[in-house]
Design a protein around this ligand. Structure first.
Ligand SMILES: *[C@@H]1O[C@H](CO)[C@@H](O)[C@H](O)[C@H]1NC(C)=O
Ligand SMILES: *[C@@H]1O[C@H](CO)[C@@H](O)[C@H](O)[C@H]1NC(C)=O
Ligand SMILES: *[C@@H]1O[C@H](CO)[C@@H](O)[C@H](O)[C@H]1NC(C)=O
Ligand SMILES: *[C@@H]1O[C@H](CO)[C@@H](O)[C@H](O)[C@H]1NC(C)=O
Ligand SMILES: *[C@@H]1O[C@H](CO)[C@@H](O)[C@H](O)[C@H]1NC(C)=O
Length: 795
């Protein structure tokens, strides 16, 4: 029976002979045994020995290398199997309950604190920014950290605080001396064995220590818990001040990702260690490269492990993915995880170009202005370059060698954004470097009409020389028209008099305005996927949205990761990766205030208090392929996170391990035996468990297949600190009648009660429809629950 199942899940994966496998044993992990601290060390050692003994007695010497023993959340190991014989032997071995082939993983703020109104709301409620998040440890599974960055060192004592629970260690190594850990960075380790086994780890580039060779890790870390008010200085210009969401929280670094990406078995080892160490929150700005195939995606090794992390009381926050705007592009899908969507902020940088004829054009470029208020002569790159250079090389301004310096000096050079910029063969930083080298006054980057101006890469790079990117095709054409009309050429076409002039204004000053957040086009969209048959699940994903576009945060000057931002200490990046640490940091603030809250309670608090409308009260919009329209819960979950309300939600929807187990048992097409093998615990008898996945006590309601009627049960707990009276208001999804009982109730301090919703299909629509249930409290608490329903049939 076991081997059949094992072969089943492996069948699709056989390709090369050597591979890394993650294997679960039938015996309990430490978490389940819950031994005393003294015994834990002994048990751990014994488990490792048992794994070694098991492998030695089953497999031929030299046919495998054990990479890790997993002991805390999972009882199992990762091995590098040298041939298929090893795989078959493991598959049919007694005591092996589950095998999963390794998978590749991918890496998926000065203004942000103000944008979320955290400085006027949540921080004061926690006694000020310095202590906000104090005593809470956020574990970051990422590319490591740069320990000398001001966001982690300024005003910090060199000795880590004493924790009652947390006991992580600080591993030293190249670029990571013993002094790297301090009161902010309280632990740091790295996990690279699978990357090494795969032959992808390059010790020179990837650095065998917790040091971050990439930049991604320190960026997410500084966003979650960077020190307050660190000046963002790039190229000697102060762009403002950066701060993490929880400046008082501690950081534990688990490096398991590298400039090239990473492997699940390394990540699983990192999570096992982080939870054993005692982190409170795990922030994962990473995800698998695709939804794992098999009976149910919920049962893949990392999801299982994160379920056990949740059981251990650790909140897991994960980026939802950057696969938007296509529907069902979610990479973070399990109900026990808080999956984060990304919004673009309404901060804008723009720059202006004034021409000698009085015209003004808007562009972009984080660059200083031209000197004084004088106009400079304009010259097209081709007119000040040597004539024997290939045309493409000239117009993209990538090499100073092409220019005739005496002609180019002091002029504004017109360069063109060619196809080479799209493939990153050419970059805007190199345009700036060229201009600097040849002594020109600056550059104007125009658009190539053949490419258009949809996606310009590298506009968030900060520049040392004046420059402007005329991203609008009309402005580009107008500039060329003006230039050609004012340039006198010899009969052979050589420019002899440069009569066109211009000046560039400062492009480094942000302007704010607009209506607030918009869902970023790249942010992955629901509905959530269930299993190999691609059925959608009764789970709302994403859960919540946070700012993710153009986020200023700490960067690595020596980064090997991104050509654009080499040499800078702060960088502005985008992605659901950037949104995730905002939520992890705000979760730390909630944990600070409510030490005993479960992961589900914290998630509920963030979701029920999120903003679903923008600053004008209109709906939050979502960027789709080429248009903006009102966002649905599949774009932004419950809404934009609102920290000051999240620390005082009034009511919570709580859930525990047992509920998640029942949920798994209710997933269509997943048999009880598979669950027992993967989770180690069997399903409760049918009459003692939830019938539908939609009954999991989440702060959202999703019914992916409504046939006739469905009863949906929720249980709320009053955490508001006083008795409160609530009124229940439902805005039903189109085509669905929703009756709710009770419609009004009074709930005592710490008391819980059920709310029953009866969903009745009234009309079939061509997809999901959306509504909400709002619980309005007499003491100003507003608890909002998004509802998503797909009516399959009326009966
Ligand atoms: C959230 O909504 C409230 C009420 O409409 C509004 O005052 C606040 O500015 C919003 N917050 C954000 C970050 O948009
Ligand atoms: C490892 O990285 C270094 C630095 O990036 C590079 O010079 C070297 O060629 C790489 N080695 C291999 C084997 O790829
Ligand atoms: C930025 O550009 C917009 C749109 O052209 C314009 O309305 C706004 O005034 C500009 N802001 C600055 C600071 O130039
Ligand atoms: C182009 O011409 C210059 C002199 O005008 C010469 O020095 C250079 O070598 C030439 N380059 C090529 C690629 O022919
Ligand atoms: C409610 O629960 C909190 C947290 O467990 C506790 O501190 C408080 O004393 C309880 N209040 C009452 C009235 O039971």
């Amino acid at each position: 029976m076991i081997s059949i199942f094992v072969i089943n899940i492996l069948v699709v994966c056989f390709t090369a002979d050597a591979k890394v496998l993650m294997v679960l044993m039938e015996d309990d992990p430490l978490l389940t045994m819950s031994p005393s601290d003294i015994d834990a060390g002994i048990y751990k050692e014994k488990m490792v020995q048992e794994h070694d003994f098991f492998l030695e007695s089953l497999l031929e010497r030299g046919s495998y290398v054990k990479l890790y023993s997993y002991t805390h959340l999972l009882n199992g190991f990762a091995i590098h199997a040298k041939n298929e014989e090893v795989v078959h032997l493991l598959g049919s071995a007694k005591r092996v309950s589950y095998i999963h082939e390794d998978m590749k993983m991918q890496k998926l703020t000065t203004y942000t604190p103000q944008l979320l109104e955290i400085n006027s709301g949540a921080w004061p409620a926690l006694g000020g920014y310095a202590g906000a998040g104090k005593g809470v440890v956020i574990g970051l599974i990422d590319t490591g950290i740069n320990p000398s960055h001001p966001s982690f060192t300024t005003g910090t004592s060199s000795t880590p605080p004493k924790f009652s629970r947390f006991k992580g260690k600080c591993v030293t190594g190249r670029q990571f001396p013993a002094s790297s850990c301090n009161a902010k960075i309280v632990a740091a380790q790295y996990f690279a064995r699978a990357a090494i086994a795969a032959g992808e780890f390059n010790a020179t580039r990837d650095v065998a220590s917790p040091f971050d060779p990439d930049g991604h890790g320190r960026q997410v870390t500084s966003t979650a818990a960077g020190i307050h008010n660190i000046p963002v200085k790039v190229n000697n210009f102060n762009y403002g001040f950066a701060s993490g969401m929880a400046p008082g929280a501690s950081i534990a670094v688990y490096k398991a990702m590298f400039p090239f990406g990473g492997y699940m078995s390394d990540v699983v080892a990192a999570v096992d260690q982080a939870v054993e160490d005692g982190v409170d929150i795990l922030s994962l700005s990473i995800g698998p490269t695709g939804v794992p195939s098999g009976t149910s995606a919920f049962l893949n090794m990392l999801e299982l492990e994160l379920l056990f992390a949740t059981k251990a009381g650790v909140l897991v926050v994960q980026a939802v993915g950057n696969g938007g705007p296509s529907p069902s592009s979610i990479l973070s899908f399990s109900p026990w995880i808080t999956s984060v969507a990304a919004s673009i902020t309404d901060r804008k940088y723009n720059s202006s170009l004034y021409l000698g004829n009085g015209q003004r054009y808007t562009g972009i470029g984080l660059a200083p202005p031209t000197m004084g208020s004088v106009h400079f002569q304009i010259a097209a790159a081709a007119d000040v370059c040597r004539r024997n250079i290939t045309a493409g090389l000239v117009e993209s301004c990538q090499s100073p060698d092409a220019f005739i310096r005496t002609l180019a000096r002091g002029k504004l050079i017109i360069c063109t954004y060619t196809f080479d910029f799209d493939t990153e063969a050419a970059t805007i930083s190199r345009v700036a470097a060229t201009v600097e080298t040849i002594g020109a006054a600056g550059f104007i980057l125009t658009m190539d009409p053949d490419i258009g101006a949809d996606q310009i890469k590298g506009t968030t790079v900060t520049l040392r020389v004046p420059g402007i990117i005329l991203y609008n095709m009309r402005s580009s054409s107008a500039l060329w028209e003006y230039y050609n009309a004012n340039t006198v050429r010899s009969t052979s076409g050589v420019a002899v008099i440069f009569g066109a002039t211009a000046r560039i204004l400062d492009g480094r000053k942000a302007s704010y305005g607009g209506k607030g957040a918009v869902v970023a086009s790249y942010s992955s969209r629901g509905p959530d996927l269930n299993n190999a048959r691609l059925e959608t699940a009764d789970v709302l994903k994403p859960n919540i949205m946070a700012p993710g576009s153009s986020i200023w945060a700490a960067w690595t000057p020596t980064s090997v990761g991104d050509e654009y931002i080499k040499g800078q200490s702060f960088a502005m990046l985008s992605g659901t990766s950037m949104a995730t640490p905002h939520v992890a940091g705000i979760a730390a603030l909630i944990k600070h205030k409510h030490r005993t809250w479960s992961p589900a309670a914290i998630t509920s608090a963030m979701m029920t208090t999120a903003n679903s409308t923008d600053r004008t009260g209109g709906p939050i919009l979502a960027q789709r392929t080429s248009r903006l329209n009102p966002a649905t819960p599949f774009d932004l979950g419950a809404g934009l996170i609102n920290p000051s309300r999240a620390i005082d939600p009034g009511l919570i929807f709580d859930a525990s391990f047992r509920h998640y187990l029942e949920f798994l048992c209710a997933v269509p097409g997943v048999d009880d035996m598979s669950i027992k093998r993967a989770v180690g615990v069997g399903c409760p008898p049918p009459d003692e468990r939830m019938e539908w996945c939609s009954d999991l006590n989440m702060a959202s309601v999703t019914v992916s297949n409504l046939v006739g009627t469905r009863k949906v049960t929720r249980r709320v707990t009053n955490v508001g600190g006083a008795e409160e009276r609530y009124r229940v208001v439902v805005r039903p999804p189109l085509g669905v009648k929703v009756s709710v009982v009770p419609t009004e109730f009074t709930i005592g301090v710490n008391a819980s009660r059920y709310i029953i919703m009866m969903m009745e299909a009234r009309q079939r629509r061509n997809g999901y429809t959306f509504g909400e249930m709002v619980l309005e409290g007499s003491r100003d608490h507003v608890v909002r629950v998004p509802i998503s329903v797909f009516v399959s049939s009326l009966l």
